[in-house]
Write a protein that binds this ligand. Structure first.
Ligand code: HEC
Ligand code: HEC
Length: 251
């Protein structure tokens, strides 16, 4: 296979042509096996979390406290919600789906936060995101959201870490090329939370972003950090119109 040394990293040219400027659905770059697995709930390990999330949705945190369902009705009513997140809440805070759920947990259920990357929060996030599967990403980018999109764009375009690379140097300029066994995608979050075989578990988009930060030897931000949520919004703005794929399957 032809090898190209770009960015100081060995990138192998693959059969998939890189189309400059085009943001591709991650599923279009998955191997046929992974794509089949992603499409098959009976074999997709992420459904363990979906089932757990659906059970949590109906459960009261303790007696006298409302379940998610008692305020929101059946979880199918969450159709389309994940496609609109991250979004600006009524108090002006930028929330992604995880931090939105945590806010309901602490403020509306008056129960201790689940914790980012906890099994419970991943499960609820996956079960809610599933209700948007196949729907086009439709985040708001104007009005109150605009400065956050701009902050995310700046983060995306800034060269970072010891390797001094911006996100786009991989996820725009080298889409379709191979890097350490992976096919570089457009770097959108439409498949998250995703079950990653390397993790052997379901993980959030922020876990994936931390892996990319580490990959360029930059500081890994904490889960839920504002800069990652703004970045997540910018990624969703780039992905507008692409289908939500979560829960995804990744290598
Ligand atoms: C006491 C009632 C109540 C409970 C219990 C509650 N929520 Fe909420 N939830 C709300 C309200 C009210 C809003 C809208 C807040 C707003 O728009 O500022 C909301 C908003 C949301 C949203 C965003 C919806 C959208 O269209 O943007 C999600 C997702 C959500 N809740 C999930 C949950 C989950 C998961 C639980 C259980 C862990 C839960 N909620 C428990 C009242 C509740
Ligand atoms: C050195 C190249 C490189 C850089 C720089 C990089 N990534 Fe990645 N990223 C990868 C590789 C390789 C993967 C795994 C294959 C894939 O899905 O693209 C990945 C995966 C991802 C994914 C998951 C896509 C999916 O569907 O599973 C997202 C989202 C992402 N990157 C965003 C970013 C963001 C945002 C930045 C900048 C902060 C960034 N990446 C920087 C190489 C890079």
């Amino acid at each position: 296979m032809r090898r190209l040394v770009v960015l100081g990293l060995a990138l192998a040219a693959s059969a998939i042509p890189a189309l400059a400027g085009e943001v591709r659905a991650p599923a279009s770059l998955l191997s046929p096996d992974l794509r089949a697995l992603q499409d098959d709930p009976s074999r997709h390990p992420g459904w363990l979390w979906v089932d757990g999330g659906e059970a949590l949705w109906r459960e009261a945190p303790r007696s006298g406290r409302p379940s998610c369902q008692s305020c929101h009705g059946p979880i199918d009513g969450m159709r389309g919600v994940a496609a609109r997140y991250p979004a600006v809440a009524s108090d002006g805070a930028l929330l992604n789906l995880e931090t939105r759920i945590e806010r309901c947990r602490t403020d509306n259920q008056q129960a201790p936060a689940f914790g980012y990357e906890s099994e419970a929060l991943l499960s609820l996030t996956a079960a809610i995101a599933l209700r948007s599967r196949g729907l086009p990403v439709a985040v708001e980018t104007d009005g109150a959201a605009a400065p956050h999109v701009e902050a995310g764009r700046r983060f995306y375009e800034t060269r970072q870490g010891q390797l001094n690379l911006s996100c786009g140097q991989c996820h725009d300029e080298n889409v379709g090329r191979r890097l350490r066994g992976d096919v570089i995608s457009s770097g959108v979050g439409t498949g998250y939370p995703a079950y990653r075989l390397e993790w052997n578990t379901l993980g959030s988009l922020h876990r994936r972003l931390r892996a990319c930060s580490l990959g360029v030897r930059a500081t890994q931000l904490p889960y839920g950090a504002y800069d990652y949520v703004a970045l997540e919004l910018y990624l969703a703005a780039r992905a507008r119109g692409l289908p939500v794929e979560s829960p995804g399957i990744r290598r």
